[in-house]
Design a protein around this ligand. Structure first.
Ligand code: GLU
Length: 488
């Protein structure tokens, strides 16, 4: 009996990390850690035609960014190393031999042309495509003679006829399969590599996996695995098949309605904590209405019996909302550290007090570091000329405010709160002198300094720009207005 809880994440290195793969890895992590167990990473690279260079490094890099660690892996090693299937081939060869000796596996010499033909005939007769067991009838001596003569062959599992294989899935409950619907699966290919099915079972047993938690798409493979455990005389692990991820229209999640690669969310500025929190809720729900969880809290709360059977909708808008909430909760220092690397050098100086003030002032509602850095850059950009419709009172107002601000003591420019108050009173006094009020004052000054009708609070903007930046904008607006008048 396996007593220790041991789970695994077993990706095939065929490209990027899919958000569904992240959910699988996360649930395995939460389940293992919640039970004082271990999570291991195993690379399933036996399909040599689908390998993508650098895929494993990319996975590790993303898990590192997310703070998901593996207790055993190709990188950190462990008692069951190697954790890469292509380095474990002798185990699969020995397993095949054992199955063959016990009559649970047989060699198949059928050419791909023959298999295609069988499949075409089955299709024409509206039958499910399955191997017709042609080589299962060969005598042992015949097949060994053919192997000895060097004839290419694969090894297939001899699925028992007319039985029912039952699985007690931790999420889906009892699921049964008639063996008549189970193909004589290839276990060992002619290139000497095992198929996923054989390698997966041999390794899960060898690595003492207690719980296999994986996507629902693997459920149809599970009866084959259960049979293999039986053939070997091994106790199978417990299985838990996670619900599919769906688009909002309930179709299977695909690139069509948004990104499926985790790295795309990282590149978009989604915070790792927000992504983990969001992904944790794709199919699992807590006991109460809570929505925000740290990884640590998830470890405490998570349980497989609160994972749904029904598909889970991946709602991009909710992820964006959740990220905005996480950004809002960041400390000033964290948000600065996230945004500063995205800002142009021209905005940074030694003290960075103004640009830090800009980051703090503009952060409410920011969706991500990238979004916030864009807002900062925009706040510092120089306005377009949109002053054509100004009258003389507006022109005079801008000049007066510029004069009043120029006269402020230098220290005021570094006291952002006092500056806002001085600016407001200067604007109100100038407005009263020029017969303007309310919107007439503020809209004029905003257009003069930003070229836009809407934007962040003006008093804060002038704090961000400082004396020179503010006066340049005000004087520039007056100059533009005068030169357009002289042109007219
Ligand atoms: N290598 C399989 C995959 O790419 C693993 C499936 C399993 O967890 O058994 O998803």
């Amino acid at each position: 009996m396996t007593t220790e809880i041991r789970t695994r994440y077993a990706p095939s290195p065929t490209g990027y990390l899919h958000v569904g793969g992240l959910r699988t890895a996360l649930y395995n992590y939460l389940f293992a850690h919640g039970h004082g167990g271990k999570l291991l990473l195993r690379v399933e690279d036996t399909d040599r035609t689908r390998l993508v260079e650098g895929a494993v490094e990319n996975f590790l890099d993303i898990f590192n960014w997310l703070g998901i660690t593996f207790d055993e892996s190709p990188k950190v090693g462990g008692p069951h190393a190697p954790y890469v299937q292509s380095e474990r081939l002798s185990l699969y060869v020995a397993a095949t031999k054992r199955l063959a000796e016990d009559g649970h596996a047989y060699p198949c010499f059928c050419s791909s042309e023959r298999l295609d033909q069988v499949r075409a005939e089955q299709q024409a007769a509206s039958k499910p495509p399955m191997y017709d067991r042609h080589c299962r009838e060969l005598s042992k001596s015949d097949s060994f003679a053919r192997i000895a003569a060097g004839e290419p062959h694969v090894w297939r599992m001899a699925v028992p006829v007319n039985e029912v294989v039952e699985i007690d899935d931790l999420i889906r409950g009892k699921v049964s399969f008639e063996t008549a619907t189970i193909d004589d699966q290839v276990l060992m290919k002619s290139d000497g590599f095992p198929t996923y099915h054989l390698a997966n079972v041999v390794d899960d047993h060898d690595m003492r996996i207690s719980h296999v938690i994986r996507g629902e798409e693997w459920l149809p493979s599970t009866p084959k695995h259960v049979l293999l455990y039986r053939f070997f005389g091994w106790e199978p692990p417990r299985f838990a098949h996670l619900p599919l991820l769906l688009n909002p229209d309930r179709s299977k999640m695909s690139k069509r309605s948004g990104d499926v690669a985790v790295e795309a969310y990282r590149d978009k500025g989604i915070l790792p904590e927000a992504l983990l929190n969001f992904v944790a809720l794709l199919g699992w729900h807590p006991q109460d209405e809570r929505e925000f969880f740290t990884l640590r809290e998830l470890v405490k709360e998570f349980s497989l019996d609160r994972v749904n059977k029904a598909g889970a909708v991946f709602d991009q808008a909710k992820l964006k909302w959740m990220n905005t909430e996480y950004v809002a909760r960041l400390s000033s220092e964290d948000i600065w550290n996230g945004v500063a690397p995205l800002l142009p050098e021209s905005l940074l100086d030694e003290a960075n007090s103004r640009v830090r003030y800009a980051v703090e002032s503009l952060r409410p509602g920011a969706e991500s570091y990238a979004d916030l850095s864009g807002k900062v850059v925009e706040a510092f950009s120089v306005p377009d000329d949109k002053l054509d419709a100004w009258d003389d009172a507006q022109l005079a107002l801008v000049g007066d405010v510029a004069d009043a601000l120029a006269a402020l003591p230098a220290a005021q420019w570094n006291d952002f709160e006092a500056l806002i108050a001085s600016f407001k009173s200067a604007a109100n006094v100038a407005g009263a002198n020029r017969g303007l009020k309310g919107k007439g004052i503020w809209m004029t000054l905003r257009m003069a300094m930003t070229g836009r009708e809407h934007g962040p609070e003006l008093g804060r903007l002038i704090g961000m720009w400082g004396r020179e930046g503010t006066l340049n904008r005000l004087h520039g607006a007056v100059a533009k207005r005068l030169s357009s008048e002289s042109r007219a």
